[in-house]
Design a protein around this ligand. Structure first.
Ligand code: SF4
Ligand code: FE
Length: 484
């Protein structure tokens, strides 16, 4: 069963005994929990679209390990077309969910760990790459969702892992055994953890010789003993608990989520370990993962941007403002910004190259430029959407008032825009814009655009490292006839 259906995916999650806490309580049934379910639906979309023949080229690929047809989210990229198709797949999924569909972190981790393990083995004669290939076959054959877990809590940012007052602030090996290791620590901001089958842990920063116990990469099932998650709050999340909530949610079907996931003395068997103390390779794994995920945003955020631009245009229609030249111009500006982001995602894919292991890596400079733009343009697109939507987006009464027999007719009458459009539809489109710019999806569209896959300064460091300023100086001196 290399491709699961949406239903098979949902049923497979029910079999897991993952421990998840939300509002101080252990959740009995995460699959059907009203706060969690929209995020599950977003991941389920990655299965649903892969079943659609129209999207076969984008959503599926042929495995280099088994020769079988697999979901592209489980694929090891084999050429630049694979990298391009990845971005197209992410835009498509963003368009269909208007939220974070969570499955990319695992895909980006697969490709970073695949190439890095190959190079560790070459240096040390270890067998991490073979172990990882076996793991990937298991993932592909079962069409699994894997949470790529990188970000440690990090404590005092000025200190390396081994110098922290609490050594657990970076996930680490606390005991080495013949058959594996025991690890302790946590991973923060874990996208899609509750909707995943497996966790693939990687280090979070470059490390030195003192940090060997922290230089660890491995995988475990999400319901492994000692692993548990605390679900992250999102703005407006409790609206999902209101009876019959629909209009006020803006996007009642889809969402994303993050967790703080704790590893409390968790046993990892040898065959699931992919880096263990070779601390100089931690940086390579981090840099490659970050590069892939910075490319990813040139697809997913663009897809959500498409929905937001559409919502702003519909709001303008419903407000009767669609003919105003400044509104048309703002929509053009939003499209220009969104397509610029897409261009970056496509460009870093086209300029990709083969790694020593044979998989394909994006162009690191262009992927970092992509992500740097992502830290800015979604904010501007959101600002323009709010401008076009008008203040009613944040002042209008609730769905309950609208449906109330006494108050409702007043809401209906006074919130009317153009006569041909129902007040309900006007409310719906404004709530969608609220959801993406200020509500639960803003976690993904705004702040995650800033800090996800590394905060803006991280990209600036990479841009400075990759940009070859010395060569640019030489070019200038040549043109100016400066001879030194
Ligand atoms: Fe995928 Fe985007 Fe969510 Fe990252 S933020 S997991 S790239 S949808
Ligand atoms: Fe992310």
């Amino acid at each position: 069963m290399a491709l699961k259906t949406r239903e098979e995916y949902i049923e497979s999650l029910r079999l897991l005994k993952q421990r998840v806490y939300l509002f101080g309580e252990l959740i009995e049934n995460p699959v059907d929990h009203p706060i969690i379910r929209p995020s599950l639906n977003s991941v389920a979309m990655t299965y649903e679209l892969a079943q659609n023949p129209e999207y076969e080229d984008i959503m599926t690929a042929t495995s280099n390990l088994t020769g079988k047809k697999i979901n592209r989210f489980c694929h090891i990229h084999q050429n630049t077309q694979d990298l391009i198709n990845k971005v197209k797949m992410q835009r498509l999924c963003g368009q269909n969910t208007a939220s974070c569909f969570q499955r990319c972190v695992g895909m980006d981790a697969f490709n970073a760990v695949y190439s890095t393990t190959f190079e560790i083995d070459k240096a040390y004669g270890t067998d991490y790459h073979d172990r990882f290939k076996k793991y990937m076959i298991f993932v592909q054959e079962n069409d699994l969702v894997v949470d790529g877990a990188m970000t440690d809590p990090k404590g005092d940012r000025s200190l390396s892992p081994s110098k922290q007052s609490d050594p657990d602030l970076y996930l680490r090996v606390v005991e080495r055994r013949e058959d594996g290791v025991i690890v302790r620590g946590a991973k923060a901001h874990q996208t899609g953890m509750v909707n995943s089958h497996e966790i693939l842990v990687m280090p979070t920063i470059s490390m030195g010789p003192d940090d060997k116990d922290w230089a660890i990469s491995f995988s475990v099932p999400v319901d492994t003993e000692g692993v548990f998650s605390i679900y992250g709050r999102q703005s407006c999340d409790t609206r999902k608990l209101e009876e019959n909530a629909d209009i006020d949610l803006g996007n009642s079907n889809f969402g994303g989520h993050e967790t703080l996931t704790i590893f409390e003395d968790v046993f990892v068997p040898n065959e699931r370990i992919f880096l263990n103390g070779e601390s100089e390779f931690a940086g390579m794994m981090v840099e490659r993962f970050a590069g892939y995920h910075r490319q990813s945003y040139g697809g997913c955020k663009v897809g959500v941007g498409d929905v937001l631009i559409g919502a702003a245009a519909v709001a303008a229609d419903y407000n009767g403002a669609n003919k105003a030249s400044h509104i048309k111009d703002k929509l053009i500006e939003m499209i220009h910004l969104n397509e610029t982001l897409y261009s970056c995602g496509i460009a870093c894919s086209c300029e990709g190259s083969e790694t020593k292991s044979g998989n394909y890596q994006i162009d690191l400079l262009l992927a970092n430029v992509c992500k740097q733009n992502i830290t800015r343009y979604p904010y501007e697109i959101a600002r323009l959407a709010e401008d076009i939507a008008g203040g009613l987006m944040v002042t209008m009464p609730s769905e309950k008032d609208f449906k109330d027999p006494k108050i409702g007719p007043y809401v209906e009458k006074y919130l009317k825009g153009v006569a041909s459009v129902s007040t309900e539809n006007r409310m719906r489109i404004l709530r969608l814009i609220e959801n993406i710019t200020l509500g639960s999806a803003a976690v993904g569209y705004r702040t995650e655009s800033m800090h996800g896959a590394g905060s803006p300064q991280a990209q600036r460091i990479m841009i400075s490292r990759q940009s070859n300023l010395g060569q640019k100086k030489e070019l200038a001196k040549n043109i100016a006839n400066i001879k030194e």
